[in-house]
Design a protein around this ligand. Structure first.
Ligand SMILES: [Zn+2]
Ligand SMILES: [Zn+2]
Ligand SMILES: [Zn+2]
Ligand SMILES: [Zn+2]
Length: 211
């Protein structure tokens, strides 16, 4: 299971090469093959870490959904089950688009990073090309879209340039303000100096008159 914002929760929903995985690998909350499997000490059942986290956050008492015991601090990561789960063989999630890959759950993330059939955004999306395509089609798309990509890059450059000029103007204004402040400071220092000089004169007068 996965949400639109990319946060993954719940178990794995892959297609399994060797048929249904054993029940002992299934999370007793989401019923999928458990992701980061945790074993509870009350009834020894397996749950996904994220399914337990959600249960805990719901705040209606952190209670085992199977046997109703309190779960606070009553579960641990089950390394044996996790090793079994990670070695299950699955098909690539892009089989519908024609990917023939199959491999373990352990390896699928690395495969998806390079899967030729995965739908990816155009590598020029940073300059505004909003096309999506299979990874293997990027090169062809690049060849076909040289002019469009160039145009987009040029526009993006112009925008960046405008922004730079604006920043420059702001910098100049700040500079002028600073210069103004400096002048005021100099005037203030001169005033203080002349005041000090007058003070000294008064003191001199006082000392000579008391002698
Ligand atoms: Zn689960
Ligand atoms: Zn239980
Ligand atoms: Zn694939
Ligand atoms: Zn593009």
């Amino acid at each position: 299971m996965a949400t639109a914002d990319g946060w993954t929760y719940g178990g794995y929903s892959y297609k399994y090469v060797d048929g249904n995985p054993p029940d002992e690998y299934r999370c007793h909350i989401c019923r999928l093959v458990a992701r980061d499997p945790q074993q509870v000490t009350c009834c020894y059942n397996i749950y996904c870490k994220s399914c337990l986290d959600i249960l805990k956050r719901k705040g209606r008492g952190f209670i085992c959904p199977t046997c109703r015991s309190s779960l606070e601090g009553k579960y641990f990561k089950d390394g044996r089950v996790e090793r079994g789960i990670k070695s299950l063989k699955v098909y690539c999630t892009n089989t519908d688009s024609g990917c023939q890959w199959m491999g373990t759950i352990n390896d699928i993330d690395a495969h998806l990073e390079t899967c030729p059939k995965a739908i990816i955004p155009c590598e020029y999306n940073t300059v505004g090309c909003d096309k999506g395509m299979k990874r293997e089609e990027q090169e062809k798309h690049n060849e076909e879209s040289i002019t469009a990509h160039l145009q987009l890059t040029k526009e993006q450059l112009e925008v960046t340039n405008d922004q730079l000029e604006l920043k420059n103007e702001q910098l100049q204004t700040t500079n002028e303000h600073l210069q103004l402040t400096e002048q005021q400071l100099k005037v203030a220092i001169k005033t203080i100096q002349s005041l000090k000089a007058r003070l000294q004169e008064h003191e001199n007068l006082l000392t000579t008159s008391t002698e």
